[in-house]
Design a protein around this ligand. Structure first.
Ligand code: FAD
Length: 405
């Protein structure tokens, strides 16, 4: 009996697992990748360490996504969740560890080794990998490649998003899929750095602060580390609010502020400063603030308190201004959230037009979609790769079984 033929477009996380799963079920699979490498984006994931997935019960993992995304992902995460994926890697020798915050990484190896392992998986089941082979479009009977059509019984599109375009993801899939009648939810930056109009402390890093974003009301907040860059801010807190900020900026001005003492109340800080004025009246106010030097100076300046002010001269009004700035240092207006610098892109193929149980297009026969090409963008923490592994697995399964139906 002739093996079903499947074309998988994009050798990223979703495409690799889709191709592997379909070939495991006996299909003849060709994986087309436009860059010279398999797993280009996996290589740069987690700063080269690859945050493979997130620990915890599936419902907790789902809760990290927006409600409509969680609903869409539920069937595939239950079909092929973090444990199933990790079992494949650990049974082939990858040692993993879970950080206290639930993020799972390889212990000794890095993202490159993960990719090598995934390449090994593709070899095990005989997937044909065609590198530097950009697909230029979709055809009723297969995929278009620089002027010719290569036939396939089913096509899986796993072309990813459009951030980090140098890694091969330039939004190609969306163009073809839109031409075939799908709606593409408008694209927005997510997990991206935030550019500000002003930043005078580039290079400064803060640990465990609460970053807040607001228009006329608070729109997002994220607690974690934060880094000041030449253009604005980056690091987990900035990435954490970036999607909401990018959305809100379309219709309003967004401003940011930092609570550098998120566990302390206004009253407890006030009490501490009053005691310090009484016990150490000759100390500099700056020396009583347990904050990195450059940040401390910024807080004092913003509170209109001279850097050489002594505790004994800290009047009630100045003390209150100081606390307001410790609990909410204004960073000013957001200038931009650069989509191309995001770890993922929000938006993509509308989830309403894809069957969550099979990843089949509800609009185009024999078209299957998986990974970031879909309108899914989870937070930092291994969630996005897990969404790609899970939807990729279901896509491969569907393609192999559909082709022999
Ligand atoms: C810097 C960075 C760090 C990240 N770190 C993490 C992390 O630690 N943990 C985590 O969970 N997520 C992380 N992410 C997000 C994660 O990498 C993505 O969510 C995930 O890779 C999406 O998988 P995908 O298979 O859908 O797309 P991709 O992995 O982007 O793969 C798509 C592939 O399709 C190929 N392609 C595109 N167009 C064509 C075409 N026309 N023809 C042929 N091939 C084509 C591309 O070259 C690419 O290889 C990170 C992202 C970035 C940018």
């Amino acid at each position: 009996m002739k093996k079903p033929t499947i074309a998988v477009v994009g050798a990223g996380a979703a495409g690799i697992i889709a191709a592997w799963r379909a070939a495991t079920l006996g299909a003849a699979v060709t994986l087309y990748e436009k860059t010279p490498r398999v797993g280009t984006k996996i290589m740069i994931s987690g700063g080269g360490k690859c945050n493979l997935t997130h620990d915890g019960p599936t419902e907790d993992v789902l809760r990290a996504f927006r409600p409509n995304e969680a609903q869409f992902l539920r069937p595939s995460l239950y079909r092929f969740g973090a444990e199933d994926f990790l079992e494949i890697l650990t049974s082939r020798g990858l040692a993993i560890y879970t950080r206290p915050d639930g993020r799972i990484f390889p212990v000794y190896q890095n993202a490159k080794d993960v990719v090598q392992l995934l390449i090994g998986l593709l070899r095990e089941v005989g997937v044909t990998v065609r590198l530097e082979e950009p697909v230029t479009g979709l055809d009723a009977g297969g995929v278009r490649l620089r002027g010719r059509v290569e036939p396939a019984d089913s096509v899986i599109v796993a072309t990813g998003g459009s951030s980090y375009p140098n890694s091969g993801t330039t939004g190609d899939g969306w163009r073809w899929i839109a031409e075939l009648g799908h709606s593409i939810v408008p694209l927005r930056a997510a997990l991206a750095p935030i550019y500000l109009h002003q930043n005078d402390i580039p290079g400064l890093a803060l640990r465990d602060v609460l970053l807040k974003a607001r228009t006329t009301k608070e729109i997002a907040k994220w607690r974690g580390d934060l880094l000041f860059t030449h253009q604005g801010i980056s690091g987990p807190s900035a990435l954490g609010v970036s999607r909401d900020v990018a959305e809100a900026m379309e219709s309003a001005e967004v401003t940011l502020s930092i609570d550098s003492r998120p566990d302390e109340t206004f009253e407890s800080l006030s009490g501490r400063l009053i005691r310090a004025s009484r016990d150490n009246p000759h100390h500099l106010v700056a020396s009583r603030l347990d904050l990195p030097e450059r940040f401390r100076e910024r807080v004092l300046t913003s509170a209109a308190i001279p850097l050489d002010q002594r505790m004994k001269a800290l009047e009630r009004k100045a003390r209150n201004r100081l606390i307001e700035n410790i609990k909410g240092l204004p960073l000013g207006r957001v200038r931009a959230v650069p989509l191309e610098k995001g770890e993922v892109v929000a938006g993509g193929v509308s989830l309403a037009e894809v069957d969550a149980k099979t990843m089949r297009s509800r609009i185009v026969p024999n078209l299957i979609l998986c990974g970031e090409v879909l309108d899914i963008a989870g937070p930092v923490g291994g969630y996005n790769l897990q969404a790609a592994w899970s939807t990729g697995y279901v896509a491969g399964n569907t393609a192999a079984l559909q082709s022999v139906e």
